[in-house]
Design a protein around this ligand. Structure first.
Ligand SMILES: N[C@@H](CCC(=O)N[C@@H](CS)C(=O)NCC(=O)O)C(=O)O
Length: 185
C-alpha cells in the first residue's frame, strides 16, 4: 500500500473528520501538522485552497474533507463507511451536505461574528439546523448510529462538531435547544 500522508491542523474539525475515517478504517498514515497561522511557504503547492486537510496517497493528492473521506472509503473497501444501496448512499450524502452547507456555515458565523446582531443571527440559525436534524433523525429512527447499526461517514462528519460544542457554549453562549432528545441520545 502506498504511504498515506495527511496534512492536518490540531484544531480543525474538517481534518478531524478525515483522521477519524483513517482510524475507523484502520489505515496507517503519517500526520503532517500545519500551523495555519504560519503556513509553510510551499503550502499552496500541496493544498490548492491553502487549507487543511489534504491527503497524499502515493501520486494522488486529494483535498476537501468530504471528498477525501469518500476517496478513502472507495479505495479501501474493507470496513465500509458508506451504506450499500444507492438510495441509502444518497441519504448519507444529503446529511453530509447539510453539515457542510448549513450547520458548519452557521457555526462559522457564531464563532467569528464580530457584533451582537450577527452572533444572534448565527445562534438562531444553529438552533434551527439542530431542530431540523432532530426531525430527520426521528424519521430515520436509526440506532445507535446516524443511519442505523453501522458507523458511517455521516457520524464522522458530525462527531467533531459535537466535540466543539463546549467552545460554542462557553465562548458564544450557545445553549443546546430543549427537546432534541434523539440528537442528545
Ligand atoms: N471545506 C473544507 C474546509 C477546510 C477548512 O476550512 N480548513 C481550515 C481549518 S479548519 C483551514 O485550513 N483554514 C486555513 C485558511 O483558510 O487559510 C473541507 O471540508 O476540507
Amino acid at each position: 500500500m502506498s504511504e498515506i500522508q495527511l496534512y492536518s491542523a490540531v484544531l480543525c474539525r474538517f481534518a478531524h473528520r478525515t483522521r477519524l475515517a483513517l482510524i475507523e478504517k484502520g489505515l496507517p498514515f503519517k500526520l503532517v501538522e500545519i500551523d495555519l497561522h504560519n503556513k509553510p511557504e510551499n503550502f499552496r503547492d500541496i493544498s490548492p485552497y491553502g487549507k487543511v486537510p489534504v491527503l497524499k496517497h502515493g501520486k494522488n493528492r486529494i483535498w476537501e474533507s468530504a471528498i477525501i473521506n469518500e476517496y478513502l472509503d472507495e479505495t479501501f473497501p474493507e470496513r465500509p463507511l458508506m451504506p450499500k444501496t444507492p438510495i441509502q448512499r444518497s441519504q448519507a450524502r444529503i446529511w453530509i451536505n447539510f453539515a457542510d452547507t448549513r450547520l458548519f456555515t452557521a457555526t462559522g458565523k457564531v464563532l467569528y461574528s464580530r457584533n451582537q446582531q450577527s452572533l444572534a443571527e448565527g445562534l438562531q440559525k444553529l438552533t434551527k439546523h439542530l431542530q431540523f436534524i432532530e426531525v430527520g433523525l426521528q424519521t430515520l429512527a436509526a440506532e445507535p448510529y446516524w443511519l442505523g447499526s453501522e458507523v458511517s461517514l455521516v457520524d464522522l462528519t458530525y462527531y467533531p462538531w459535537f466535540e466543539q460544542w463546549t467552545v460554542l457554549s462557553h465562548y458564544r453562549g450557545f445553549q443546546f435547544p430543549n427537546g432534541l432528545d434523539r440528537l442528545k441520545h
